[in-house]
Ligand binder design. Structure first.
Ligand code: AMP
Length: 319
């Protein structure tokens, strides 16, 4: 299918690349690397990466300003469902392509390439570049490596031999400064470290091995941390003995909704998140919920998922 995608890219003069709301490094890196590779290969094309971002990703190449365009080729990366695409869909789209590594949710593009065994959308963009005449260079390779390193949490998750091989070749060919990539991705303000300490001290852990914390304005203002950074803290609480699923609930007061970031190292959680209009991967999911009672029901369901997991593991051991 990569050749089919390449042929569409070749055909269109105006291409817009978008991804999910709540940008993260893989979403941004995959849309930016694809844009830059298309521009390098076809300098006359108008290619844009659109969407809102945050100052904490200032180390990445910039996104583009909105412009009047029509009859575009739209490429959506890293997003399984239309409602989560950071794009208004008011522009006239002639053809659309999805490139994603999430489990399938719905078809909303003309052509969809989905590989849910890929570590990241950036990995798929790298394969697309490697397997078609699309061109690579140091900056593009560096952006792709940043996306892969981030979504795999420095090759801790989904680090298949395939992605390790792809990255090994990238490092060899483009001499990427991995220390700089990691310092960009992982340097954080002292306020976040203090918040991490607060979470460690105050996280509630149920007897089924479900850990959670609610972080609302009172705590976040005290520690001078915004709710987006607080949600990302979910990534720092893996491998706690006896904790199988953990969640951070933050309140986005501006939009009056609760954001739940969930991670697991056993029970499948995306099916639980889906019940609350959320979704994601088997072991990394999220949901946005308007009503705190619904948040509490989700937390209860996650606890039950832990209990079911423990029971299944015990049964397996008895077999
Ligand atoms: P996060 O905790 O924001 O890093 O998200 C982890 C995974 O869950 C990502 O793959 C997201 O795409 C997915 N996810 C997060 N929030 C939602 C949501 N409200 N609806 C569907 N998927 C989500």
């Amino acid at each position: 299918m990569f050749n089919e995608i390449y042929e569409k890219i070749k055909k269109y003069d105006t291409i817009v690349i978008v991804r999910h709301i709540g940008a993260d490094p893989d979403a941004l890196c995959s849309q930016i690397a694809l844009r830059d590779s298309i521009k390098l290969t076809f300098p006359k094309k108008r290619v844009f990466s659109w969407g809102s971002t945050s100052t904490r990703f200032n180390y990445l190449p910039k996104l583009d300003r909105l412009e009047e365009v029509s009859d575009i080729l739209l490429i959506v990366v890293d997003t399984p469902d239309k409602k989560r695409v950071d794009f208004s869909f008011t522009t006239s789209i002639d053809y659309s392509i999805k490139i994603d590594h999430h489990p399938f949710v719905e078809k909303f593009c003309d052509l969809e390439y989905i590989d849910d065994t890929a570590s990241s959308a950036s990995e798929i963009v790298l394969e697309l570049i490697n397997e078609t005449p699309l061109v690579n260079n140091f900056d593009i390779a560096n952006t792709i490596f940043t996306g892969i390193a981030s979504d795999t949490n420095r090759f801790m998750f989904n680090a298949s031999s395939k992605v390790l091989g792809l990255c090994s070749r990238l490092l060899e060919e483009y001499k990427i400064d991995t220390q700089l990539v990691y310092s960009n991705l992982y340097t954080r303000p002292l306020t976040e470290v203090r918040l991490q300490g607060y979470i460690g001290l105050n996280m509630k852990v149920t007897e089924n091995g479900f850990g959670y914390i609610k972080l609302f304005d009172d705590v976040l203002n005290n520690l001078s941390v915004d709710s987006g950074s607080a949600g990302n803290m979910v990534n720092t609480f893996n491998y706690i003995e006896g904790v199988y699923v953990w969640a951070v609930v933050t309140k986005d007061s501006k939009n009056d909704l609760f954001k739940v970031n969930i991670r697991s190292r056993g029970p499948v959680i995306n099916s639980v998140a889906e019940k609350y209009n959320g979704g994601g991967h088997k072991f990394a999911s999220g949901a946005r919920i308007h009503d705190e009672e619904q948040v509490d029901l989700l937390l209860k369901d996650l606890d039950l998922a832990c209990l079911k997991y423990i029971e299944e593991e015990v049964a397996k051991n008895e077999d």
